[in-house]
Every structure is written in structure tokens, then in C-alpha cells.
Ligand binder design. Structure first.
Ligand SMILES: Nc1ncnc2c1ncn2[C@@H]1O[C@H](COP(=O)(O)OP(=O)(O)OP(=O)(O)O)[C@@H](O)[C@H]1O
Ligand SMILES: [Mg+2]
Length: 504
């Protein structure tokens, strides 16, 4: 199907998120849509999918104007979408979620349909190597698995136009490769794909055509042969350094000491097994590993949101395990969670208030019981400027921000108070290349100011770029701690479970 967007304009109040955008996706083409955080990519796709009504312009399918009242109409017309923010119903099972929205699901046929949905989930997960159980309840699944469910849901409809809004942000590198291969296959079979991603390598791997938008306008087209540097500068309008510059660390005293820490989940399965390590003031320890090997349990145990079954942790000599979360944060922990929408932000609260979430009852924001709005606003304005959070007002809700800008709010908040230890899980997930450059600089500054930094990242490039030491996790254990110049093959072997000695 040939898809054409003609002169699409979408405003939120006085703010123009899409400004007369033209875009043509030919049948069977993989069309990459690139742009900075807040450029208007998701908005444009939401217009196409019938979630937003455009203020101006039209959508044409094979030359015929399409007027979608809602996503149901878009799906009926052959459009499928994987959303940047999950649209799943959390208490429902995977199969039920996949079944939802399928036109043919009505009344008494339900039981049969659920079996069909189950079979469909099985079939697609097998084809993709996605280990997704059709009967698992969505809210119990980690983010990576939820992303796979979204993809399965979109693919289950055999769409003619498939919109993928940052589908790989929470996938492992292996899963990403599988998905990109499927995108290629689908396009060969005639499906048109619109792919939104901040990972330029993916664009180079699968795109036939690239359109770049900036501040709501199309600023150019690029060929898939363009270098990452060229794409980056077209996106952000300046040169971006793709490498991280840093001096050697000058580690001080031990700041975080983790001793024999173990976590067993509700089902009795060990998730973290006798983990011990130290992080010194002024150094970055980065944890490499395939997602789901105990990283989440480790960071949450340190924060205090995950009960530990044995062992303890000390921050600057004081026990933090077993303490309330708030006390741990007040003791000098900065925490960037893995799931910003679930744990990092309150979507219905203003950006200003989200920027002081953990501190709202502390001076200088409050004196006694009263909040001090002027101080809060000043601080918020400062953060918005420093972190380049694209918004019309600090009084807008966090939920109205683009995905990458929500991530920047969490980072701005956690990096803007005096810290002894920073724990950041995938700190640059969803950020554009320019913002990644900035955040990496800020993390290194934090290190150079003497903060101990613990990074968890599923991006090996990020681990290698930031780490002073790399700890590799596998099946709940640290299989080794190695220097950052360790070769990729060794790291890969360790991530697959080989002990440090065997891998080397
Ligand atoms: N519902 C809304 N209400 C008000 N403003 C909105 C709303 N949705 C989006 N915006 C604004 O429109 C702009 C474009 O947002 P959009 O989500 O399309 O960006 P994006 O290009 O997808 O960015 P990212 O890479 O961070 O996902 C942002 O500045 C955002 O604040
Ligand atoms: Mg987006």
C-alpha cells in the first residue's frame, strides 16, 4: 500500500508539534523517521493511526483520502502500530491483549478467539525467537517482554503498513537483530514500514529512505548510505561527538559496598545469587549483561524496593539494605530507574513538581509544611534549560512530554542534587544522539566530582564508553569484573555465562 501524508499540521494549544509535514511511503519500503526528542515523530504517527485528529492536512492510502475516527478505523484500513509507550492492558494476559481490537472478536465466539490468539502468539514468538508465554499476565512481565508483546500484537494483524515507534529501545541486541530481519522480510513481501529509532545503526541496516524532522518540520531526506555523523548532524543541526572523552578515574574510598546480596522471587526462584562488589568514590562501575540476568533485582535491592533474602549493602559505611527508600535517597543515592513511566515519573503531575519528586518536603522547596512555588519554578526552569527538555511550560504535565524528554526529567532530577552514589539503569534509553552526548558528559562530571557511579546498560557500547570497570552479570551472578578495554568477544562470552578466566 502506498501511504502519503500531505501537509499534516497538529497543534497542542498554541504549540505546533507537526508543521505541514509531507511524507510518502512507497509499498514495501522501509522508511526511517529520524529526529530529536520532541521533534514530533510520535505525534505524526499518532495522527496517522487515528489517535489524534490533524488540524490540517490529509492522509492518503493508495491515493484515496482516509479519515480515521480512531485506531479501530486505522487497523481496519490495514495499518498496525507498535507504540513508544505501551498500550497494553496490564491485568490481561498476552493472548487477551493480542485479541483486543481485532475486529472479528465479538460475543460468544470469544473462547474460540482466545485459542486462536494463543496460537498466534505462539507462532509469532517462535518465528522471532521471542520467549513470550501467551498466558502470562502483562503486568507481571518485565519491560522488554512487554515490548515483545506489542510487536506480536501489531504483527498478528498482517498489516499492510506497519508503524514501529522505537520498537528496539528495550530489546536485547539479539532480539533487535531478529526484529530488523523480520522488518526486512516483511518489506520484501510488500509491507510498508515506518521505523522510528534513535539508533542510527538500525537505520543504516534496514532503511530504504530516511526522512529527518526537527521542531515539527521536515528538514531533509537522507540515503541509507549516509554515515552516522551525517545523520546525527542532520537531526540535531550541529556536529555530534559519537565517542566519550574522559580522563582516567581517580578513585577514592569505597562508597558502595555490596556483600553477599541475594534475592529470591515470590515463586522461590533465585534472581540474585551472593553478589559482592565495591564501587569507589570517583569511579564508574558499569554492569554489562543481557537484560533479565538480575540487574533489575540488584538495583532495586540497593534502592530498597526489592526485599533481599541475604546479604547487605553499605553506602559510605551506613547500611542501606532494609531502610525505607526515602531514607536511602536522602543518604545520597541518585536513582534512574529502568522504567521511567512506571517508576520515574508521575505523568499527571507538572514537570516542575516531577523535578523535585523526592525532595518536595525538603528545604529549599518547602519551609515547614508550605511548598515554596517560586523556588520550585526557578529550579525547574534551570533544569529545563540545562537538560534541553523540550516543553512549552514547566507547568505542563510530565505525561504530555515526548518519551525522550520524560527521560530527561528523571535524569535532571537525579543528577541535580548532591550525591554520594548514582545508580542509573539504561540512562540514555530513548534519547537522541545529541542528548546522549550531553548525558554521558554529565555522568562523567558526576564521577569527577567524586560520586560513585553504578551504570546498568544493555548497550554494550555505552558500557564500554562509560566504564572504569565492567562487571558482567549472568543468571544472577557476577561472572567477572574486567577493565574497559577488554575485547568484545571476551565480554560476549562472559555475558553468555563464561567465567572471567574461561573467557580470557
Ligand atoms: N498530548 C500532548 N499535549 C501537549 N503537548 C504534547 C502532547 N503530545 C506531544 N506534545 C508535545 O509535542 C512535541 C512532540 O512530541 P512527540 O512525542 O511527537 O516527539 P518525538 O519526536 O516522538 O520525541 P521522542 O524522540 O522523545 O519520542 C513535544 O514537545 C511534546 O511536548
Ligand atoms: Mg516519540
Amino acid at each position: 500500500m502506498r501511504l502519503e501524508l500531505r501537509g499534516i499540521t497538529k497543534r497542542f494549544g498554541t504549540f505546533t508539534a507537526n508543521d505541514a509535514i509531507d511524507l510518502v511511503v512507497e509499498p514495501g519500503q522501509v522508511h526511517a523517521l529520524l529526529g530529536e526528542n520532541g521533534a514530533g515523530k510520535s505525534t505524526l504517527m499518532n495522527v496517522l493511526f487515528g489517535l489524534y485528529d490533524a488540524d490540517e492536512g490529509e492522509v492518503l492510502l493508495d491515493g484515496e483520502p482516509a479519515d480515521f475516527e480512531g485506531p479501530g478505523d486505522a487497523m481496519a484500513a490495514g495499518i498496525g502500530m507498535v507504540h513508544q509507550h505501551f498500550m497494553l492492558v496490564p491485568p490481561f494476559t498476552v493472548a487477551e491483549n493480542v485479541m483486543l481490537g481485532h475486529e472479528e472478536v465479538r460475543g460468544p465466539a470469544k473462547l474460540l478467539d482466545l485459542d486462536a490468539a494463543r496460537a498466534k502468539v505462539k507462532e509469532i514468538s517462535e518465528r522471532f525467537n521471542f520467549a513470550v508465554d501467551p498466558d502470562a499476565v502483562v503486568e507481571d512481565l518485565p519491560v522488554g517482554a512487554q515490548q515483545r508483546v506489542e510487536i506480536i500484537k501489531a504483527l498478528s494483524r498482517d498489516a499492510e503498513v506497519l508503524i514501529l515507534d522505537e520498537p528496539t529501545a528495550v530489546l536485547t541486541p539479539q532480539e533487535t537483530d531478529e526484529l530488523l530481519a523480520i522488518v526486512k522480510d516483511l518489506s520484501k513481501a510488500g509491507t510498508s514500514v515506518v521505523l522510528i529509532t534513535h539508533k542510527l545503526r538500525e537505520v543504516q541496516a534496514v532503511a530504504d529512505t530516511i526522512t529527518v524532522i526537527r521542531r515539527g518540520k521536515v528538514v531533509g531526506q537522507a540515503e541509507p548510505t549516509a554515515s552516522q555523523e551525517e545523520l546525527a548532524s542532520l537531526m540535531v543541526g550541529r556536529d555530534v561527538s559519537m565517542t566519550v572523552d574522559k580522563d582516567a578515574a581517580k578513585p577514592g574510598a569505597v562508597m558502595l559496598s555490596v556483600r553477599d546480596l541475594s534475592v529470591v522471587d515470590e515463586l522461590g526462584i533465585p534472581r540474585l545469587k551472593h553478589v559482592s562488589f565495591n564501587v569507589k568514590a570517583g569511579e564508574i562501575l558499569a554492569i554489562a549483561g543481557v537484560q533479565g540476568n538480575g540487574q533489575t533485582e540488584l538495583t532495586e535491592a540497593l534502592l530498597g524496593s526489592q526485599p533481599v533474602t541475604s546479604g547487605d549493602a553499605l553506602l559510605d559505611g551506613e547500611f542501606i539494605t532494609g531502610k525505607p527508600i526515602k531514607d536511602v535517597l536522602m543518604a545520597g543515592l541518585g536513582f534512574v530507574p529502568e522504567d521511567r513511566t512506571e517508576d520515574g515519573l508521575v505523568a499527571s503531575m507538572t514537570i516542575a513538581n516531577n523535578l523535585i519528586l523526592d525532595l518536595h518536603d525538603q528545604p529549599p522547596y518547602a519551609s515547614g509544611m508550605a511548598l515554596k512555588p517560586s523556588v520550585i519554578d526557578e529550579e525547574a526552569a534551570k533544569h529545563v534549560e540545562q537538560f534541553d527538555i523540550r516543553t512549552t511550560s514547566t507547568e505542563a504535565t510530565a505525561g504530555s512530554l515526548s518519551g525522550g524528554n520524560q527521560q530527561k526529567v528523571v535524569l535532571a532530577r537525579e543528577l541535580s542534587r548532591p550525591l554520594k552514589l548514582l545508580i542509573a539503569s539504561n540512562p540514555t534509553r530513548g534519547l537522541d544522539v545529541g542528548s546522549i552526548e550531553f548525558v554521558h558528559k554529565r555522568i562523567i562530571e558526576e564521577r569527577d566530582n567524586g560520586t560513585a557511579v553504578l551504570i546498568v546498560s544493555s548497550e554494550l557500547d555505552e558500557v564500554v564508553a562509560l566504564a572504569d570497570r565492567i562487571a558482567v552479570m549472568y543468571h544472577g551472578e557476577i561472572v567477572g569484573i574486567v577493565p574497559p578495554d577488554t575485547d568484545r568477544d571476551t565480554l560476549g562470552l562472559m555475558m553468555a555465562g563464561a567465567k572471567q578466566e574461561e573467557a580470557a
